[in-house]
Design a binder for this molecule. Structure first.
Ligand code: HEC
Length: 313
């Protein structure tokens, strides 16, 4: 299981697992914080769910905008030599960029974060979003790399990945003297770092629902959420799975089971990887997904589009 997890994660826990770029309209401006009052939408059966931006994203650091507007210019150039890195898989590369801690400290919100209530979410070019605890970045030196040192072409060497040629840019988070594993974030093709509230994310993932399939929820978070959203919360590489229609409202159980096991049996070249989960684990994820239909944040196209507008304000 552990080896499976690691190889799966090698492909996908880092960012930029192929796929098109995220449309720029959904890229929030540098450090958006929300001043809007919490707008509340009624859902069919559940109590109330906050509009996401009322408290989910505490601050969003849009790295390219920050760099372009000179916010990094007083930071010292930092270097890191990971023992191995997940993108180039080179043994002795020297990466150059800025200390992760120095970048985070550019946001005044950073020092107000509480490890028990907040997390970091890394957003990548293709809509992949991966969440890590604040503790995951402690005890080692992370460098937000902007280039590989001494390499051509500058700033990033190109690497073939599947049918595409890619680089790790615009930003690649690497850890000095560390080997890649799932404990720390190593996102490549990184564009944004968000500070998020665990509570409001939990709510949109249905954690408040009674009798929720908790095992299915945990598996979904580990194996699916970085690519898929539910209630518009999660990655944007794959389709949304709960609103306005829950996936179990238009796909049969047998289809879901077979598709999740091996998307390539249905669609050649599917970007979704074959699932490393056992059959009963996949069933548990399907039960969990079905339960979310009782906690929709919006239940028709126009409500969902209003909700998304609120998200990206
Ligand atoms: C690397 C990103 C990625 C991961 C991880 C991932 N998916 Fe997907 N998923 C996709 C993409 C992309 C599609 C669209 C696939 C296609 O069209 O071939 C998709 C499609 C789907 C569909 C839609 C099928 C349909 O026909 O409507 C379901 C259901 C689904 N994924 C469930 C899951 C579940 C459950 C997990 C976790 C076990 C998961 N996915 C993990 C990217 C991912």
């Amino acid at each position: 299981m552990r080896t499976q997890l690691i190889s799966y994660v090698m492909c996908c826990l880092a960012c930029g697992c192929l796929g098109p770029s995220q449309p720029s309209s959904v890229t929030p401006a540098i450090e958006t914080s929300e001043a809007q009052p919490a707008q509340v939408l009624d859902t069919a059966n559940e109590s109330k769910i906050d509009t996401p931006h009322s408290n989910e994203v505490i601050a969003s650091l849009d790295l390219r905008t920050m760099q372009e507007t000179g916010r990094f210019k007083d930071l010292k150039i930092a270097r890191a030599n990971p023992i191995s890195d997940p993108f180039y898989k080179r043994a002795k590369a020297t990466f150059e960029g800025y200390e992760l801690n120095a970048i985070l400290a550019l946001s005044p919100k950073y020092k107000t974060l509480d490890p028990t209530r907040h997390s970091l979410r890394f957003v990548c070019l293709d809509g992949y979003k991966t969440t890590f605890s604040l503790d995951s970045i402690r005890g080692a030196r992370g460098v937000l790399a902007t280039r590989v040192q001494g390499d051509t072409p500058v700033p990033w060497p190109v690497k073939a990945r599947g049918k595409q040629k890619q680089t790790a840019g615009p930003y690649y988070l690497v850890w000095d003297a560390e080997t890649y594993d799932e404990k720390r974030p190593w996102p490549y093709q990184l564009t944004q770092i968000e500070f998020i509230s665990n509570e409001s994310v939990d709510r949109r993932l249905g954690t408040h629902l009674k009798n929720l399939d908790r095992a299915g929820e945990a598996l979904f978070r580990t194996y699916c959420l970085a690519c898929h959203s539910v209630n518009l919360q999660g990655g944007q590489l794959g389709p949304e799975l709960n609103v306005p229609k829950n996936i179990t409202e238009y796909r049969s159980h047998d289809y879901l089971l077979a598709f999740i096991k091996k998307p390539q049996d249905f669609r050649a070249g599917s970007v979704m990887p074959p699932s490393p989960l056992k059959e009963d684990e996949i069933k548990s994820v399907i039960v969990y997904l079905g339960q979310l239909k009782d906690a929709k944040v919006c239940s028709n196209a126009s409500q969902c589009s209003d909700y998304m507008d609120a998200l990206h304000k």
